[in-house]
Write a protein that binds this ligand. Structure first.
Ligand code: ADP
Ligand code: MG
Length: 683
């Protein structure tokens, strides 16, 4: 249970002074629902005002607080602003301008001859000094604004002043908390306590490093607790005897790469232990992870258990099923597919076979882990394109078998080390750092000439080639993306012939999507127009041209993924990044990087720096982006230390019972990483 000391912070915002239902709704738009969210709602900048008695040219551009005496009210035409000519204590004139205010208003608010305290930014307008829509207070006003005013992210209906008040009140609910950070770390950086640091961060006077560290420590402790819990469970040692894997390898038309062999060794080594495996396999697109996954699954089957392969999309699940069935055709294994789409009798029969152990390998989307799906004896779960699954979903897997199954996660998105630690810190890591031989590097070109690209596509298709055409990320909404793809498909049909162009987008029904994909894979379609649904995993080796429209709107990691759809056979592949006419400097250099390198890790590092973790992991929309304070730079700076700090603490006090352990429990609740605490209890 949450420590009582934190309860005031977890109170709903409605409990704060003057917050009615309208304000609750306004704040909710900023995802602020509890006092905690306000206390953690940090300003983005601070206005530094200068208090002066007289104005002059040198102050132009500065926010000031100055006593002024109105001398004249001027109203131009109906559409021009209200203008009040005022004079400071040294005789300098300045115009105060207000839009949408009446002369009546000016007479009460700024009566002629009465000195007022005026707050705003001093500008020049022609020859004159001016302050546009200033704030006006009586000279003896009880609450003049501070000279330093933090500026908060706002939403309609909540002014900055109001937000400041709300935050201030929420901050009074933050108690003094016992220290959870290792003393040597505190000392090294000279950090203040958590509570002081939070206050300082709101004044924009430091504190953010410590808050980021706290958040990373909570994150690492949570992952380490998950890891410790998994490790403490008894799984089952699965050793293969080679009866399936050996004939499979012998039947392949190529050799496994050294890297593939190495990671297969790491994986089967883990599986041969009674502790459940928890391993992340990283490998750039096209490095041959699927084969590694299949070999792991066949090993589990050799050892007498079942295996499951979980894919993030139906397209990918279907494709995996087709590939595995084909590759394993001569082997005595039964591989089946289950998606959310399967209903009725066929589904019943399949589930019965699964429960009876008549199915060896089940491939599918998350449907394969629903309540109703029971395995006879699940020994291994392989999760493809792992980055889309959160820790919670991974935890769920642990409860599916008779004993916790081994888990192998695979991701084609190269993940920088710092990010791998924060996201997958509970797992061991393996890497395929070598591509199958004979692959020609993909040639990437950047151009703004649509006509040339369209003509190039026509030539490519006439020569018997196949191509993808990926449509812009319009505004992240499926409707708009779909519209863009539909328009483009219609255009290309007009150009290349109705029957040569297919279209897939996220809103199509599953069977329709499959039919189009199948036509493209079989070569019946020359061009596949798509939204980003084809981003991960799709494998059509004959497609050697990739065109990405409005490429500047995509994340780099995403472009790399998309580009990885070509270059999968032995032919020379080309990726055309079709850009807009007007590009910012950053956009230009990002596209240049894509042209220069095929190195997924370099690209991912750059994306992490430029756009943050959610972009790389594809989780931005899903709201799984869980860090409030730890920006990419601070993650890089502090995560390793937070990891060591957390590990040291758990080594000394695995039950988090000691004084620092208790403090760390509070930390876990404070940053809402407390699922791990529940594991402590049960364990
Ligand atoms: P990933 O999932 O890592 O992107 P895949 O497993 O889809 O890559 O493999 C890409 C392609 O390379 C597939 O067509 C696969 O059959 C082929 N492949 C895998 N391993 C090798 C290898 N060692 N040599 C040659 N081709 C390979
Ligand atoms: Mg793959």
């Amino acid at each position: 249970m949450r420590p009582a000391i934190l309860n005031p912070l977890f109170a709903e915002v409605a409990a704060l002074k003057g917050v009615g239902s309208a304000q609750v709704r306004q704040l909710a738009r900023l995802k602020i629902t509890r006092a905690l969210d306000l206390a953690f709602h940090l300003p983005t900048m601070v206005i530094d005002r200068l208090a002066v008695d007289t104005l002059d040219e040198s102050l132009v551009g500065r926010p000031v607080v100055v006593p002024l005496t109105p001398a004249r009210h001027e109203r131009g035409g109906p559409r021009s602003p209200l203008r009040v000519a005022a004079v400071d204590r040294g005789g300098q004139w300045v115009d105060l301008t207000f839009f949408g205010q009446t002369a009546n208003w000016a007479q009460t608010k700024l009566p002629i001859g009465v000195e007022k305290r005026v707050i705003g930014k001093l500008d020049r307008y022609g020859q004159k000094l001016q302050i546009a829509h200033p704030e006006v207070l009586a000279m003896d006003s009880a609450a003049p604004p501070g000279l330093r005013e933090p500026v908060y992210p706002l939403t309609e209906g909540v002014t900055n002043r109001r937000m400041g008040q709300l935050v201030g009140e929420a901050l009074t609910r933050v108690p003094a908390l016992a220290e959870w950070i290792e003393p040597s770390v505190i000392e090294r950086y000279g950090w203040a306590s958590f509570t002081e640091s939070l206050h300082a961060a709101h004044r924009m006077e430091g504190g953010r490093d410590r808050l980021a560290y706290d958040e990373l420590l909570a994150n690492q402790l949570a992952l380490l607790l998950v890891r410790a819990d998994t490790r403490a469970r008894r799984g089952r040692a699965l050793a293969g005897n080679g009866r399936l894997v050996q004939p499979l390898i012998a039947s392949l038309p190529w050799q496994l790469t050294n890297a593939q062999n190495r990671v297969i060794g790491e994986i089967t080594g883990d599986m041969a232990q009674a502790q459940p495996m928890l391993r992340l396999l990283q490998g750039d697109v096209g490095s041959g992870k699927t084969m590694v996954g299949l070999i792991a699954m066949l090993t589990a089957v050799e050892a007498g258990t079942q295996a499951a392969l979980l894919a993030p999309t139906e397209i990918l699940a279907r494709q995996h099923h087709a590939t595995l069935t084909k590759v394993a055709a001569g082997l005595p294994v039964r591989i089946e597919l289950l998606t959310g789409r399967d209903k009725g009798k066929a589904r019943e029969a399949l589930l019965a076979d699964l429960a009876a152990g008549r199915i060896d390998i089940l491939v599918g989307t998350h449907a394969i882990f629903q309540e109703a799906v029971a395995y006879d004896d699940l020994g291994l779960v392989v999760v493809d394109e792992q980055h889309r699954f959160g820790v919670a979903q991974r935890l769920m897997l642990a409860n599916k078998g008779r004993v916790p199954p081994h888990v192998l996660a695979m991701t084609a998105t190269p993940i920088p080390r710092s990010l791998a630690l924060t996201r997958f810190g509970e797992m061991d890591q393996s890497q395929i750092d070598e591509r199958p031989p004979g692959r020609q590097p993909i040639e990437t070109r950047v151009t703004a000439r649509f006509e040339d690209v369209a003509a190039g596509l026509a030539r490519h298709v006439e020569g018997g080639g196949q191509a993808y055409w990926v449509c812009p990320l319009v505004d992240g909404t499926e409707d708009a993306d779909e519209a863009a793809a539909t328009t483009r498909a219609a255009f290309l049909k007009g150009r290349l012939g109705e029957g040569r162009v297919g279209l897939v987008h996220g809103k199509m029904k599953g069977p329709d999507k499959d039919a189009v994909m199948a036509d493209f894979a079989a070569g019946r379609l020359a061009v596949l127009v798509a939204t980003t649904v084809i981003e991960v995993g799709v494998d059509v080796p004959n497609a050697t041209l990739m065109i990405i429209e409005a490429a500047e709107r995509f994340g780099l990691a995403q472009l790399h993924q998309l580009r990885g759809r070509v270059g999968r056979g032995s032919g020379q592949s080309v990726c055309m990044l079709l850009r807009g006419e007007e590009l910012s400097e950053t956009a230009r250099s990002r596209l240049k990087l894509m042209r220069e390198t095929n190195d997924g890790f370099r690209i991912a590092e750059e994306d992490l720096r430029l756009r943050g973790a959610g972009e790389i992991l594809g989780t931005r929309q899903s709201g799984e982006e869980a860090f409030r304070f730890a920006d990419p730079e601070r993650v890089q700076k502090f995560v390793t230390m937070a990891r060591d700090d957390g590990r040291l603490l758990l080594d000394r006090d695995g039950g988090l019972d000691g004084a620092r352990g208790q403090a760390a429990r509070v930390l876990l609740y404070l940053f809402e990483r407390d699922a791990g605490v529940a594991l402590l209890r049960s364990g």
